[in-house]
Every structure is written in C-alpha cells, then in structure tokens.
Design a protein around this ligand. Structure first.
Ligand code: UD1
Length: 373
C-alpha cells in the first residue's frame, strides 16, 4: 500500500492537517502524521489534537524552540530518520512555519515527492520568516494545493506549470465548519463573563509587533484608549496571549501594566474550539495572525489586521478584513471607524465550503500516487 506522511509542527498546522487525516481514513493509501514538536506547550499543541479529534502522532520529534537555524536543522535531522524508516511515496507539508520548509527539504533531498498545502501565498515582505518559508517551500514542491486565486498567479509567475497546481479551497475552513457545532457547546464566554457582541478579541504574536518594547507600549496605549472610550458601553477586550508575547511583556517589565487595564481580559492561548466561539461572537477582531484573517472572513466578523501586508488578499477583496498599519493612532482611528461602521464580507471565498480535504485526498489518489513510483 502506498504511504503518505503529513507534517505538523506549530499551532496553525494542526487545523490544516486534521481534515486530511479524517478524509483519508478510507483512502487507498496509508496516512501517517509526524509532529516535529516546534510547538510543545499543552495550550499550543495537545489541546488542538483533542479538539480536532486527531490521534497521537505516529512520530513526535520533540525539537522544541531555538533560533530559526537551530530549529530548522534539528527538525531536518530528526525527520530524515523518519523518512529512512517509513520510505513514504509522498510528504505533505502545510502553511509557512519552520517545520514546513525543514521537512520539505528533507523529503526532496531524499527523492520523495512533496505536496504543499496552502501553497503560493505571498505577502511580498521578506522580513517575515514565513515569507521566506513560503518561497523556499514552493520552489522545491512537486504539487501545490491552493486556497485562493492570488496563489495561482504567484506560482504561475514563478514558473510552476499549471497542471501541478490544484485549487481545492481551504482545509483550515474545513476544520472551522466541522468545529462550529462543538463551539456552540463551549462555555468559554461564561467562563470569562463575556456577552456575545460585547467584546473585542485581540491576538498579537508577530516578532515585528511584539519583539520590541516601544511597539508593546503602543499596544498598551491602544488598549487603554479602547478601555477609556468604551467603558460606558461595558465592552471588554479579550486577549489570549501567545507565549512569545508573554515572555516579551515580562522581559520589558510591562506585564503588570497590561494586567492593570480595566476591561482587558488576559487569558492563556485558547484551545481551538473555545477560540472559534470567541471569534464567532466577538464584535471585532484585532490580530496580526495569518489564519485568523481567513477564519473571520468565513464567519463574517470584522477584522483589523495589524500588519503592513497580507499574504491573503482575498480576505480584503471580498472578506471582512482590513489591513491597518500597526501604529498607535492609525489603530485607534481604525477601531473607532470599525466599531461605528463594521466591514462585512461580500461573499464566502470560492471553495471555502468544508470540502477541501476530500478534494485533496481524491487528487492524491487519482493524480499523484498513480504517477509516483
Ligand atoms: C510560529 C510560526 C508562525 C506562526 C506561530 C503560531 C515560524 C517561523 N513561525 O511562530 O508562523 O504564526 O508559530 O503560533 O515557524 N514557545 C513556547 N511554547 C511553545 C512554542 C513556543 O513557550 O510550545 C515560545 C518559545 O519561547 C519560543 C517562542 O515561543 O522561542 C516562539 O516560538 P517559535 O515556534 O519559534 O515561533 P512562533 O512565534 O510561535
């Protein structure tokens, strides 16, 4: 029987691979999951396996944190051992994290075919580690599964032939569609005493936003201004904090200052199902994440993306997302405008219908494995 290995490493990978796992249960190939251990905290990893009904991974490489080079190198060394044992016919990598490029490189160097899910996205900002990971992974992949038209344009422009590109939709939205029913049962709103439509959900973890003190102080002032302006309306700000952000706040001596803000509810990184509920019922989302731009677009929740670029332009063109330069006054103005006049999406992006993974599995069976020796 032919064998496929999917790689997960960091939080945004789990919801993209889970639907492939579920859709491939009756497939004509064997499917194994390798977790590199790039993310290892319960809140960033294990809780996602539970919420997404994923089994324990077949291999856990336990590489942990480190500089980009150390992390990437460790993943490569460990993944090579797995491929030597398993000898799969195809390796699947998703998204743009260090685990994506590290495992992709190992696979192609060993002559194993490589498929990239969420291929072709480009922010145009090479200062983002994810952009380098995207460009590098796409330059070595054999098959490209894409979520929006801009990805096709970028891949064709870089010389990839059209028959290797498959516009299948978005597996992250598959997980969202499946998770919504469960999300209704989550008690996260009660747990934090939140009322639907009466809170803003904020997430921040990009190095460009959280790795320097000035930028964090600016965000403090943004939160403070929201706190002041909306106090009378009793609107809260819910802020699930990524470990990188927590450690930076502590390093710069800002943790207590943030904690002292009235109306700011600081919570640990949220499990997947709870986070879906938090997004769905929020008045507005403020984020620097990639995936949240897509999830809020599907849910039609106004989203302010605090970055200068996005690799997901469809969320701006037809979605409920707005790109806001992460500068104090610009964010405060944008918040004010959005609360008064929230942006609604025009329509759900093409093929974001909960069926992307089953399309991918069919393509793997009928088109890819058939041609792979
Ligand atoms: C990684 C991805 C980013 C993704 C994000 C989602 C890359 C280059 N970046 O960024 O694209 O949006 O995941 O979370 O792959 N840490 C913990 N516990 C963990 C994992 C990390 O405490 O389980 C801390 C460590 O101090 C670590 C820091 O967070 O140094 C950053 O982790 P890392 O995996 O290097 O990158 P992220 O910022 O999480």
């Amino acid at each position: 029987m032919k064998k496929v290995i999917s790689v997960v490493g960091a939080r945004p990978n789990f919801m993209k691979v889970a639907p492939i796992y579920h859709s491939s249960k009756d497939a004509k190939f064997e499917h194994k999951i390798v977790h590199t251990g790039q993310h290892y905290d319960y809140n960033l990893s294990d809780s996602f396996f539970i919420d997404l009904e994923l089994p324990k991974p077949d291999y856990f490489l336990g590489v942990g944190s480190g500089s980009h080079s150390v992390q990437t190198a460790k993943i490569m060394m460990e993944f090579e051992k797995v491929l030597e044992i398993e000898k799969p016919d195809l390796v699947i990598v998703v998204g743009d994290v260090n685990s994506t490029i590290a495992c992709g490189l190992v696979a192609v160097k060993m002559g194993i075919k490589l498929a990239h899910i969420e291929a072709g996205l480009r922010s145009g900002d090479r200062a983002m580690p994810e952009e380098i990971n995207r460009i590098a992974t796409d330059s070595i992949s054999d098959y490209y599964f894409i979520t929006e038209q801009s990805a096709q344009d970028h891949l064709i422009f870089s010389g990839i032939s059209e028959e290797k590109i498959f516009f299948v939709g978005n597996t992250m939205i598959d997980s969202l569609v499946k998770g919504l029913e469960k999300a209704e049962l989550s008690s996260v709103l009660e747990n934090y005493q939140l009322t639907p439509g009466e809170y803003i959900l904020a997430t921040l973890h990009r190095p460009s936003n959280v790795d320097n003190k000035q930028s964090l102080e600016d965000f403090y002032e943004v939160f403070q201004s929201i706190s002041k302006n909306i106090k009378s309306k009793n609107i809260k700000i819910v802020f699930p904090i990524h470990p990188r952000t927590t450690s930076k706040l502590a390093e710069f001596g800002l943790l207590e200052k943030f904690k002292s803000l009235e109306n700011l509810v600081m919570i640990p990184p949220s499990p997947y199902i709870d986070f879906l509920k938090l997004m769905k019922y929020s008045k507005l989302v403020m984020t620097d994440s990639g995936g949240i731009q897509e999830e809020t677009t599907y849910l039609d929740v106004p989203c302010l993306t605090l970055r200068t670029t996005t690799e997901r332009p469809i969320t701006i063109e037809i979605g409920s997302n707005l790109l806001i330069q992460p500068e104090k006054n610009k964010i405060i103005d944008a918040l004010d405008n959005s609360l008064k006049n929230p942006k609604k999406r025009i329509k759900v992006p093409l093929l974001w219908d909960g069926q992307a993974a089953s399309r991918i599995v069919k393509i793997i069976e009928n088109k890819i494995l058939q041609f792979t020796s």
